[in-house]
Design a protein around this ligand. Structure first.
Ligand SMILES: Cc1cc2nc3c(=O)[nH]c(=O)nc-3n(C[C@H](O)[C@H](O)[C@H](O)COP(=O)(O)O)c2cc1C
Length: 189
């Protein structure tokens, strides 16, 4: 039998959009994104991820999260339907030691979420550009134990023409990637 290997559709479709439409994202959809995160692999199956989210239907909470974003991020993220703060738990539950895999595992869960979003016709854009101290204060998190890592904007893709000029250009620029040869090396010795 001839098997044809192709890239999963949702991996091809995923992109970090800045242009979101006003189409509503339901709580049910958001829960499916968390379900995707739930099945991500993690060291010792610790699942060291926590998510705190606010939807447009609760403007007070949504605006509080929006308020911790920095730089140009709030200018486009305000059009998202949900903002999700992704947080890593820094210590293993099972023995209390530092979990050096926590950031890795949170990233894995976030990517699962992003691919599931693309599969549903949604898109997400992660942001490292936010004030972590402000986020921790908002969420009442102990920074010794918990690390806010990204804020994830979620929505259906919209029209890039609605963005400020600078962002419109960036949004429309071709996506670039290193070639596989640049980062993957076969070990031959
Ligand atoms: C950890 C992380 C932090 C990021 N921070 C920001 C950010 O603060 N603002 C922003 O506009 N995009 C941010 N991005 C999005 C990246 O710029 C984007 O993923 C990259 O340009 C590749 O584009 P693509 O996801 O569409 O393939 C971030 C992505 C990741 C994974």
């Amino acid at each position: 039998m001839n098997t044809i290997f192709t890239l999963a559709e949702a991996i091809k479709e995923r992109r970090s959009t800045r242009a979101f439409s006003s189409e509503k994202v339901t709580e049910e959809m958001i829960k499916l994104l968390f379900e995707a995160a739930r099945w991500a692999p993690s060291a010792m199956n610790e699942q060291p991820w926590l998510y705190y989210y606010a939807g447009k239907d609760n403007p007070e909470a949504f605006n509080k999260v929006l308020g911790v974003l920095t730089g140009i991020n709030p200018q486009w993220a305000k059009n998202a339907q949900y903002l999700i703060v992704s947080v890593a738990r820094k210590f293993y539950d099972y023995n209390g030691r530092a979990n050096n895999n926590a950031l890795h595992d949170l990233g894995a869960a976030n990517v699962s979420m992003a691919i599931q979003a693309a599969h549903m016709g949604l898109q997400v854009r992660q942001m490292g550009g936010f004030d972590k101290d402000k986020a921790a204060a908002l969420l009442q998190l102990d920074r010794q134990k918990f690390e806010p890592v990204t804020i994830i904007a979620v929505g259906f893709p919209g029209n890039a023409g609605q963005l400020p000029d600078e962002l419109m250009e960036r949004e429309r620029a071709p996506r670039t990637r290193k070639s596989v040869e640049e980062f993957a090396t076969q070990i031959k010795h």
